[in-house]
Design a protein around this ligand. Structure first.
Ligand code: FAD
Length: 398
């Protein structure tokens, strides 16, 4: 591992100052409050402000709507976005989908959408999970039936996060129910304002907003088909692999773990506990921060965050989530009931950061593929063990 520091050029330092100033200006307390209230993982004003400066796809050339940033400036931008806690969930799904759309959509559609995506006016969500089961994506039930130059969609998708803030869903459909399950799938980019499409809100325990989306005789033009009919699995593979952490630049400037944002949440909660310990005394008058047992447990948590931060690939996804969930439980144990006071409650610790992280942590074991499914993938694809085959079990196929 290369631990050398990166010397910023004058230009890179100037860029960092500019980005810090910009985010300080646009990520206001109102933006944070909006995020707490909605759980959207998205703020339109912030998103459009970044788009106007080419910062949504900063690696793209300026003439294509990007900012032509070098890798160091891209990294500086990522770090500042994380530090300012910019709600970026919808942007992440848009980036994942664009990777598939740019390869599989008709060239005219790509040309039409690219400037809109760069500017932030067009956004995409992931329409993978069926109510019958999200882990086994290839077991999609939502039906698409050809009708001349159109397709008619009927069925439902659960957990389509961001659908209410996006223009298109990247939808996996069943076009041939007779074919083996991976061969009868077709992908579409479906306009979310299509008649017959109904978006219903779901609010999670962690405070995130996601959606159930119902399709009743939704007509979509064949122009929006991505890739071949019944060839949807090939279209889906790129965005799915990217969501699972592959394809990251190997230049020392990308995060090692794909779960690093969860680790940052845990670190913020540890910082809050440390500040609490420095101002809180035990009944005997001693400062909590002077208690060796407290320091030992807090230190162990910090070591865990470092281990999570540097665990790569599929293991990083599992470790990031499990350390986060266990770490927050440990902090609640260390601090006590004060840790469970929520944002806005009198006496809430650092504005309820531990309480919020505790709720949020639970969902990380589920979305993007559960930790159980990832453990199976590690067994098969990293350790080379045989595939788990239990009678009646679902299989997650890559
Ligand atoms: C907040 C949130 C946001 C989400 N956002 C999106 C989104 O934007 N788009 C989208 O398409 N989906 C989204 N999802 C869905 C998510 O990807 C699925 O919930 C997840 O893949 C699990 O699917 P499931 O809920 O249907 O559970 P199931 O697949 O029914 O699994 C139930 C249980 O069985 C276990 N299990 C299943 N199969 C296996 C296996 N092969 N080996 C071992 N254990 C197994 C699971 O670990 C789980 O504990 C989101 C979910 C949440 C909670």
């Amino acid at each position: 591992m290369d631990f050398s520091t990166v010397q910023l050029t004058g230009e890179q330092q100037h860029f960092k100052q500019e980005v810090t100033a910009l985010l300080g200006e646009i990520v206001t307390e109102d933006v944070r409050e909006h995020e707490r209230r909605t759980g959207d993982g998205f703020n339109e004003d912030v998103h459009l402000a970044l788009g106007r400066r080419g910062l949504l796809f900063p690696e793209w050339p300026v003439e294509e709507g990007g900012a032509a940033l070098d890798r160091i400036c891209q990294r500086l931008l990522d770090l500042e976005i994380a530090r300012h806690r910019v709600p970026m969930v919808t942007h992440s799904t848009t980036r994942l989908v664009w990777a598939g759309v740019s390869l599989s959509a008709r060239p005219e559609l790509v040309a039409e959408l690219k400037p809109e995506v760069a500017a932030g006016r067009v956004r995409f969500c992931l329409g993978y999970s069926d109510p019958e089961g999200g882990s086994d994506i290839a077991n999609a039930h939502l039906r698409a039936v050809r009708d001349g130059d159109e397709w008619v969609l009927n069925g439902a998708k659960l957990w389509t996060t961001g659908a209410h803030n996006c223009q298109y869903t990247f939808l996996i459909t069943r076009t041939d129910p007779e074919a083996p399950k991976h061969r009868g799938l077709t992908m579409f980019l479906v306009p979310l304002d299509s008649p017959g499409l109904d978006i219903q809100a779901i609010r999670t325990y962690g405070g995130e907003r996601t959606n159930a989306v119902y399709y009743s005789d939704v007509h979509v033009s064949d122009q929006y088909r991505l890739g071949e009919v019944d060839g949807g699995w090939a279209v889906l593979r790129g965005p799915l692999d990217a969501e699972h952490g592959s394809g990251r630049p190997d230049d020392g400037l990308a995060d090692v773990s794909m779960s690093v944002s969860w680790t940052r949440h845990l670190e913020a909660a540890i910082d809050a506990a440390a500040r609490w310990a420095k101002r809180t005394t035990r009944p005997d008058g001693s400062l909590v921060a002077d208690d060796p047992a407290f320091l030992d447990r807090l230190g162990a948590l910090l070591v865990e965050t470092e281990a999570s931060r540097v665990t790569p690939g599929l293991m990083g996804r599992v470790k990031g989530s499990l350390s986060y969930i266990a770490g927050i439980a440990e902090l609640i144990d260390l601090v006590g009931t004060e840790a469970l006071l929520a944002h806005g409650a009198e006496g809430a610790l650092d504005d309820g950061v531990i309480e919020e992280a505790h709720r949020f942590a639970q969902g990380t074991a589920t979305y993007g593929g559960t930790t159980e499914v990832f453990k199976n993938m590690i067994a098969q694809h990293v350790l080379g063990l045989p595939r788990l085959s239990l009678p009646g079990s679902k299989s997650y196929v890559r």
